[in-house]
Ligand binder design. Sequence first.
Ligand SMILES: [Mg+2]
Length: 375
Amino acid sequence: MPKIGRIRLVALRAPSPHPVATAFGAMDSRPALLVEIEDTHGARGLGEIWCNFPRHGLESRFHLAADHLAPWYLGRDPADPPALVHAATAAVRRLAIQSGEQGAFANVIAGFDCALWDLLARRAGVPLARLLGGELRPLPAYGSGINPGDPLAEIAGARTRGFRIFKLKLGFPQDDRNLCAVSAELRDDERLLADANQAWEVEEARARLQELAAFPLDWIEEPVPADLPPSVFAELAAVSPVPLAGGENLASPEAFEAMIAARALAVVQPDVAKWGGISLCRRVARRAMAAGLRCCPHSLGGGIALLHSAHLLAAVGGDGWLEVDVNPNPLREGLVPFAGCDERGRIAHSARPGIGVDPDPAFLSAFRVMETEIA
Ligand SMILES: [Mg+2]
């Protein structure tokens, strides 16, 4: 059986003339850390490692992957990615604790897992969603990352690309003004979501959630810090007129299970590039859907992560929506084969094997910060 024979890491950074604002800080550039895994028979797969924060997250995860994870993966059989997620996590457990870098290690393992799934799908000659037991279908998508500065203009831009669902950033002094303006402009077939990015303390959230009832929101995401106990989210959900969403900052099977069991989140949002990869996020998605909850995979990075997220959603089925960042980002626009939605606000899938793209080396070199190969 072929083994993992070569691992290439490519750190990319694109300028962001239009910083993405969140309640805890802005992204003034757009990073993407790509991992390409090749087996000893020449089959290759691509993954992306989440690295949006802090600003040096790209460089730190690059070194962490090159020094500690890539050597561990080399020579292993790629056939069982879920087993490798667990084994890799166990292998670096003590180092992750000692360094306080549990999140960064989890991000790297997630990206490696995505690359392995892409490799297996390409080796089988089928789109990743099909290898995962699903079917290719147009995916209902929502336009994410609508900033607080001029949300009407950003929504108008997303609308021209076919989006019918928009997610507005909250946690700013102008929240109510923005919500009023955006709600008033919303068309009959359009929907609005909001993301507080953990902005509020519990008492403040309790009050804000009541006030948000005035607006036509399908969900409010992460109203409070994501490390609060599920019981706090459940208590907020019980009094909130707007359904709660979250999951991008949960990082263990137990954390997701506790949130799902407590019925604290109506919408569960695992991020394949951030924790668990395809292997564990697929389990979370299935568990959430079995509990009657909606799964809308989280993604706000480069194009490779978005494609993995799309294949996960296509694979698990259900009524989830695909999160698509509408902010300019060459590392998304230059890598994904779709530029907009169809007339029903859906995004089409490529029928090519794996995630369906092979980045142009010249394109990558234009944004490359660092690159290394472990073989
Ligand atoms: Mg969010």
